[in-house]
Design a protein around this ligand. Structure first.
Ligand code: C5P
Length: 407
């Protein structure tokens, strides 16, 4: 099993500071992150270096500060790819409107954006700008794009601004930013104190050493649900098949490939699980045995003998000490009827149905869900997967707390 757990708390933080008057507050942020036990490597954009000096940040972080992409001596010591790999979290504070636009466009025209593209670490941004620039359609579109890519957006705060205006666009206080990225639980959230286990992505069932059976699941919905659950204060374990998505901040991720590995990984964390959400597209069938060597093209036809893979969702619902169990039903026809049948057959608490197929292709950034439970239904309308996941998690949190209150 490819089993890789990421730490819940980032200990190596790459702090990007971009050009804006709030850059001076980033000095205090470095101090607070270090007090919280993190190592901090600072990158200043060239704009930031006009507001604050590298020397201040070097003294506070205890590490040489990086500014340009073309600094040969610095690149020789730790190149930008190494920086990207070193980071457990990339935090950009303050994040200017220009930086957000470049990040959303996927540009790599300075050291900070290049590092953001090259990293697999989660990225968090704390925007700071004039309130009109924040509410501008272009900035809002960039923020939506970044959220859809699991970038965590911290703030901005509302209040008086350096330019003399009032409104949204203030950098959050350094203490709040540090608390949000370093705290292990978003205390006070609807799911605070709960352990949520979520599966996501496809599984891969090997046919031989180079081939496998899989499906089109991108994992986007499951990852968005994991992020929303984390933001609601839960401890989140995300068990994922092979996908190209960064781990949401503060989420513990376990990577698996096959349905059997996913089954084992799920049952290994069921002990204290309060809510189980099966968003993975688990292969229904798996080759009877994986050929030891690559199968040769010797005959005109090839028969694969497939066996049913374990139904992870139903097995969780059958546990004697069972969590609140939520399943997904991706259907091409008769969505509601099929989903209701699944709710009953698998003995679920809730099922989230959605239509898939030509019209509603996989790998999209938006989705709609129909929630069904015994005795009720609720439609969550078409919206970005990030927003949909928040609505979905809020709904689940209310159902779970109503159930606990009734106990
Ligand atoms: O039966 P069907 O595959 O349509 O059910 C979908 C739901 O069941 C999803 O929540 C999926 O994660 C879960 N599932 C599972 N194990 C399987 C097949 C599906 O957990 N082997």
């Amino acid at each position: 099993m490819t089993h890789e757990a990421q730490t819940v708390l980032p200990r190596r933080i790459l702090l990007g500071v971009t050009g804006g008057i709030a850059a001076y507050k980033a000095a205090d942020l470095v101090r607070r992150l270090r007090e919280g036990g993190a190592e901090v490597q600072v990158i200043l954009t060239e704009g930031a270096a006009r507001f604050v000096t590298p020397m201040t940040f070097q003294a506070l972080s205890g590490r040489p500060v990086r500014v340009g992409l073309w600094d040969e001596a610095a690149e020789a010591a730790m190149g930008h790819i190494e920086l990207a790999r070193w980071a457990e979290l990339v935090l950009v504070a303050p994040a200017s409107a220009d930086f957000l636009a470049r990040l959303a466009a996927g540009m790599a025209n300075d050291l900070l954006t290049t590092t953001c593209l090259a990293t697999t670490a989660p990225i968090a941004v704390a925007p700071a700008m004039n309130q009109q620039m924040w509410s501008a359609a272009a900035t809002q579109a960039n923020i939506t794009t970044l959220r859809q890519r699991s970038v965590r957006v911290l703030g901005p705060g509302v209040g008086s601004q350096a330019c003399g205006e009032q409104g949204a666009g203030r950098l959050l206080e350094p203490a709040d930013i540090a608390a949000q990225v370093l705290s292990s639980s978003a205390d006070g959230g609807l799911l605070s104190g709960r352990h949520i286990v979520i599966t996501a992505g496809p599984t891969r069932e090997p046919i031989d050493p180079v081939r496998f059976l899989s499906n089109r699941s991108s994992g986007k919905m499951g990852f968005a649900v994991a992020q929303a659950a984390r933001e609601a204060g839960a401890r989140v374990t995300l068990i994922s098949g092979p996908v190209h998505l960064p781990t949401p901040l503060g989420v513990e991720r376990i990577n698996v490939e096959t349905a059997a590995q996913m089954y084992a990984a799920v049952h290994a964390v069921m002990d204290d699980c309060d809510v189980y959400i099966g968003a993975a597209a688990v292969a229904d069938y798996t080759p009877h045995c994986c050929a030891e060597n690559k199968i040769k093209k010797t005959s005109d036809t090839l028969d694969l003998h497939l066996e049913k893979s374990p139904d992870i969702l139903a097995s969780v619902a059958a546990l004697s000490k069972r969590p609140y169990v939520v399943g997904f039903a991706a259907e091409t026809t008769n969505v509601e009827a099929h989903a209701l049948a699944k709710l009953e057959r698998k003995k679920l608490d809730l099922i989230a149905a959605n239509e898939v197929g030509a019209e509603r292709a996989f790998d999209r950034d938006d989705n709609a869900l129909l929630l069904l439970w015994s005795g009720g239904r609720q439609a969550l309308g078409l919206q970005s997967k990030a927003d949909l996941a928040r609505e979905f998690i809020t709904f689940i949190a209310h159902r779970v707390s109503a159930r606990s209150d009734g106990e």
